[in-house]
Design a protein around this ligand. Structure first.
Ligand code: PEP
Ligand code: MN
Length: 255
């Protein structure tokens, strides 16, 4: 299968130009997302992530700001000329808010949500399809097929760690998934080391490994004060240190 190139604005995903997606796990306030967008855009990051509909393991945890958060995310992206990446969890959310997100993320817990995948297949919009944490390569590729079969072939795959016997880190980053899924599907594959590791200190190493093995980009979580984050603070890079991280991996991004 040939390598698929996906155009998003003036960015071509799947070429030598590797993408960097960064932002908080969740949009928490207008101030927070504006601060993050300002710093990231100054470094040259084009993609701003920020969850507003959050698939939390516990129903008692912060569930995201919803519509209000999406408004802030879009205002910040517009102000700093960035492309938004955010998760949609259901067909109902998609109907209401699909138009307000540039790149729609399907989270690990929703990789098997076939009615959602089918609806995403009807859009002319890039989809970031995360790997379910117990999904095989085949299952993941077939989930992508659901979207493609509907007519939308703008799918980017995202390896975000799988569940194994190992308990040292939150999940196990399956680095083999990058070359394997690129070969199997021809689609671009990016890596999310933040959810794979669950701890900040290992993110630079895993990002470098991902890019070295041929990933088309990485997605990382960043927060102005991770100790106060409403979700995933432990794995979020400190915003003030972002430039260090960026210069560390810049060479591998092809910049
Ligand atoms: C996320 O990216 O915010 C997220 C919830 O990731 P995952 O679906 O991979 O757990
Ligand atoms: Mn998160």
């Amino acid at each position: 299968m040939g390598n698929k190139i996906i155009n998003i604005g003036d960015v071509k995903v799947g070429t030598g130009e590797k993408i960097l997606i960064a932002g908080p796990c969740a949009v928490e306030s207008k101030e927070q997302i504006f601060e993050v967008a300002k710093t990231l855009s100054r470094s040259g990051v084009k993609f701003l992530r920020g969850g507003v509909f959050k698939p939390r393991t516990s129903p008692h945890s912060f569930q995201g700001l919803g519509e209000e958060g999406l408004l802030y995310l879009n205002e910040a992206a517009k102000m700093y000329g960035m492309i938004t990446v955010s998760e949609i969890m259901s067909t109902e959310e998609l109907k209401k808010h699909g138009n307000d997100i540039d790149v729609i993320q399907v989270g690990a817990r929703n990789m098997y949500n076939y009615s959602l995948l089918r609806e995403l297949g009807k859009l002319d919009k890039p989809i970031l399809l995360k790997r379910g944490f117990s999904a095989t390569y085949q299952e993941w590729a077939l989930a992508a097929e659901y979207i493609i079969k509907g007519g939308n072939d703008r799918v980017i795959l995202c390896e975000r760690g799988i569940r194994t016997f190992e308990r040292g880190l939150r999940f196990t980053l399956d680095i083999s998934a990058v070359p394997y899924m690129k070969k199997l599907t021809g689609l671009p594959v990016i890596v999310d080391p933040s959810h794979a590791a669950g701890e900040r200190w290992v993110i630079p190493s895993l990002s470098k490994a991902a890019l070295a093995v041929g990933a088309d980009g990485v997605m990382v979580e960043v927060h102005p004060s991770p100790e106060n984050a409403l979700s995933d603070g432990k794995q979020s890079l400190v915003l003030n240190d972002f430039d260090n991280f960026y210069s560390d991996i810049k060479g591998l991004l092809g910049e």
